[in-house]
Design a protein around this ligand. Sequence first.
Ligand code: NAD
Ligand code: TYD
Length: 353
Amino acid sequence: MILVTGGAGFIGANFVMDWLDGVDEAVVNVDKLTYAGNLGTLRSLHGDLSHIFVRADICDSNTMDVLLEDYQPRAILHFAAESHVDRSIHGPRDFMQTNMMGTFALLDVARRYWSGLPGAEKDAFRFLHVSTDEVFGSLSETDPPFREDTLYAPNSPYSASKASADHLVRAWNHTYGLPTLTTHCSNNYGPYQFPEKLIPLMITRALEGKPLPLYGDGQNVRDWLYVGDHCAAIRAVLAKGRAGETYNVGGWNEVTNIQVVHVLCDLLDELRPKASGSYRDQITWVADRPGHDRRYAIDASKINRELDWKPAETFESGLAKTVRWYLSHEQWVADVISGDYRKWVETNYARRA
Ligand code: NAD
Ligand code: TYD
């Protein structure tokens, strides 16, 4: 079996569901269930004996030790993290705790467990760390996309904490020989994303008739990738990636924020028209994010060349799927929009007005 951390979050849950759909290998899913973790997302796996959910904190080494000994996974796939840049600006401590100290704790228990494995199992074991393109910092309009050897230049507390985790993973490979793999992926979107991130936030607010808040001039560029394509890339890296290597994962899909919001509004105008006017009328301009990275872009040629991975979805097809998903899962959205989420919206947007 494999052990996944953070499998009740957006990407982790998509990964676990895709995995159990396609492979006959059990998953131990370890998640602390922070505000971003949601067991409702995993409802379809209820009663599936191949899915073992454990509520635990990756920082709790004793529990993680026991889980590894009990379940003897052949790989650890590490998704668990605090993942939202704006939250990291308001409260960086949790980011340092989970992303840095949690990754350290997990590497350390993984090393102990791996060291005790018999020969063939030891050789086959993998620790796959799911990281982000944000560790490379910000590009200008004319810079080439990030490559695996681009220098680190993290700018936000979130990206700095992920960069720290990447360095720890590298060190555990270099010093102890732990067979690690690291992926750097661009911005994901798709089903089950918490509506604090750009795309689900805009869809859910549009449907509620609320303002659609674009930071700054709306010209920041992200390289969007459908979550199912990210999950496929992780499976490819786990199956065929070379231990100690890093792989960039991206959609070759650079889009400005204003373009993203325009496409979303147009899709909603078509699929759920308003009584009068367009969802575009709800767009508002708000104060920029401090330290806002201008542009991210990924050169995904290494994973394409070496592991034969490329995205299946275009931005248009992936976004249409996503909008349809949110339109047909309004109960899921209503359930995640809890008291805690409402407090966050007040904290983040009140001062931007
Ligand atoms: P998410 O915030 O939706 O989910 C994170 C999950 O981790 C939640 O279920 C949460 O409960 C869990 N978690 C947090 N702290 C924990 C702890 N201490 N112990 C155990 N579980 C804990 O995040 P996501 O968007 O699914 O991102 C998953 C991973 O992918 C992260 O490592 C993130 O840095 C990386 N990533 C995300 C994106 C993106 O666009 N979302 C892009 C590239 C990389
Ligand atoms: P986000 O989804 O938070 O991802 P990241 O910051 O990790 O790239 O934001 C994506 C882009 O959208 C980013 O440039 C910030 C911008 N943005 C807004 O303009 N308004 C918003 O309300 C949010 C949440 C993000």
